[in-house]
Design a protein. Structure first.
Length: 36
């Protein structure tokens, strides 16, 4: 049962990271374009 919750947390973190990464890239690209 404990292992299951650990895996759920890991998959949740992975999902959040996968969503956050493109957003961060988009934001940093936006900053880059704003500086031009």
């Amino acid at each position: 049962m404990k292992l299951l919750s650990v895996m759920a947390v890991i998959s949740l973190k992975t999902t959040v990271f996968n969503i956050k990464k493109p957003l961060d890239d988009l934001l940093s690209n936006g900053d880059y374009f704003l500086r031009l």
